[in-house]
Design a protein around this ligand. Structure first.
Ligand SMILES: Nc1ncnc2c1ncn2[C@@H]1O[C@H](COP(=O)(O)OP(=O)(O)OP(=O)(O)O)[C@@H](O)[C@H]1O
Ligand SMILES: [Mg+2]
Length: 448
């Protein structure tokens, strides 16, 4: 834009203006009076274009985020007869976007015409007035030459106006980028953070209090937990009680309001974030896979992009996933579609276990899915899980009794604190825990 528009237009403007001054200084002065008025008009229209462009950016962002959200949920939409509703919603957003974009295009098309009309009109009037004032003191050829210079002066002003409008049109996009760039992560790694190459897997929460936002309720309230290395601990409790939150704090996705979390007696706020997440492997509540091949999903941690296929296959075998993977059209190189949608729920879970096995970590977190698998898948999953749990400190967020029984200790998360409950009370049909579990099961059923 600098060399294509600004430089040639400025040069042309300077040459024409100089010629006008040489031909008739008083007439040039009168003509120059029109320029500030024109700049004011260009400035005003540029601001309007900026506002309309901002609106168009927002409508486009709303439309694309809606499409991104609803397309993966198409199964839910169709199963709930939601097509008509979603169609209407889509049409409304698309219409808003269309109006905003059309408004921008119209203004962009009309700005040069407005500028031209004002400029020519203004100059004709000024010219006529000055000619009357000069009363024929200029000869015909000088007057013609002056008028030609004046006409050629329009072009660079138009060109600069266009460049200015392009700048104004692009401004909202740049502002949005700056807004994003100014977003500061609340979890900050200290500059002299420790590099923990190895952890044994001892975890301690000491007086941890946490809430998600200033005006939101406390989720954890002076929570104390000590999990020794190699131990398997199950967390149970009602939905929304804060079980997943405990895990998020351990991974340092958030920092506690008060209190500290220790990994092998090192405060995790003193340790490199990369280290914490290297030593802890998470199998989340909703198994998340990426579009790509099965092998890429299992070897996800490899930022180098080099997959150790022997390790990938080994992990899949231990996770009971090898057999079904080999039956896929291209085996380990089969593309599993967006979010792994070409695999069944049980297959996705086993790929997730294989991914966890591929990562050689010391702590395993399993956030158990609330929806049940069929018994065959469940059995294959549990076998894989049992093998994965060896040599790990394990935190299981358990919803089913079978999973709770896999643990050494069971902790009940309630009222922002944890309380240890004997495993025997889980099995006793009339105990406090049995009725509590029934109520969890009811909430779970209602949720699904
Ligand atoms: N990102 C967030 N922002 C604000 N509140 C949140 C956020 N994530 C969770 N919460 C709230 O924190 C509370 C605890 O959520 P958490 O996910 O820890 O529950 P949970 O015990 O894992 O439940 P479930 O058994 O249903 O998975 C809930 O009330 C939830 O609404
Ligand atoms: Mg949860």
């Amino acid at each position: 834009m600098l060399f294509g528009t600004v430089v040639p237009n400025t040069l042309q403007f300077l040459v024409m203006a100089t010629q006008m001054v040489v031909l008739s200084p008083p007439l040039a002065l009168v003509s120059a009076l029109g320029v500030p008025c024109l700049l004011l008009v260009i400035g005003y229209l540029g601001e309007r274009l900026r506002g309309i462009s901002r609106r168009a950016h927002i409508t486009a962002a709303k439309l694309s985020s809606y499409v991104n959200e609803v397309l993966p949920l198409m199964l839910v939409v169709k199963a709930n007869n939601g097509e008509l509703n979603e169609n209407l919603h889509f049409c409304r957003l698309a219409h808003d976007d269309l109006i905003a974009r059309l408004g921008k295009k119209k203004l962009k098309a009309v700005i040069p015409q407005i500028v031209q009309v004002i400029y020519i009109g203004g100059l004709i009037v000024l010219h006529a007035i000055s000619l009357i004032a000069l009363k024929g003191s200029m000869d015909g050829s000088r007057l013609l030459s002056f008028t030609m210079s004046l006409v050629l002066l329009i072009d660079p002003i138009q060109g600069m106006g266009k460049a200015f409008n392009e700048l104004k049109e692009g401004e909202p996009a740049v502002e949005r980028l700056f807004e994003l760039a100014q977003f500061h992560n609340k979890v900050v790694e200290k500059p002299n953070a420790l590099d923990l190459c190895y952890v044994t897997g001892d975890i301690k929460f000491s007086g941890v209090t946490f809430r998600y936002g200033d005006n939101l309720p406390l989720i954890l309230n002076e929570l104390d937990i000590h999990i020794k290395r190699g131990e398997r601990v199950a967390f149970i409790g009602r939905s929304g009680g804060g079980k997943t939150t405990i895990v998020k704090l351990l991974l340092r996705l958030y920092d506690p309001l008060y209190g500290d979390i220790f990994l092998d007696d090192y405060n995790i706020q003193e340790v490199k974030l990369r280290n914490i997440r290297e030593h802890i492997v998470l199998i989340p509540q909703d198994t998340m896979l990426f579009s790509g091949t099965v092998a890429e999903n299992i070897g996800y941690k490899d930022a180098s992009g080099k997959l150790d296929m022997e390790c990938v296959e080994n992990a899949a075998r231990i996770a009971n996933a090898d057999e079904f993977i080999r039956e896929l059209p291209h085996g380990y190189q089969t593309n599993i579609g967006p979010r792994g949608s070409l695999l069944s729920g049980g297959q996705r879970q086993r790929v997730a276990i294989a991914r966890a096995l591929y990562r050689k970590s010391s702590i395993l977190i399993l956030d158990e899915a609330t929806s049940a698998l069929d018994s065959m898948s469940e059995q294959l999953f549990r076998q894989g899980l049992e093998r994965l749990m060896k040599n790990h400190t394990v935190l299981i967020i358990a919803h089913r009794i079978e999973t709770m029984m896999m643990a050494d200790r069971v902790l009940l998360v309630e009222g922002g604190k944890v309380e240890e409950v004997p495993k025997s009370s889980i099995l006793s049909p009339d105990g406090h825990l049995a009725s509590l579990l029934n109520s969890f099961a009811d909430t779970g059923r209602r949720k699904n």
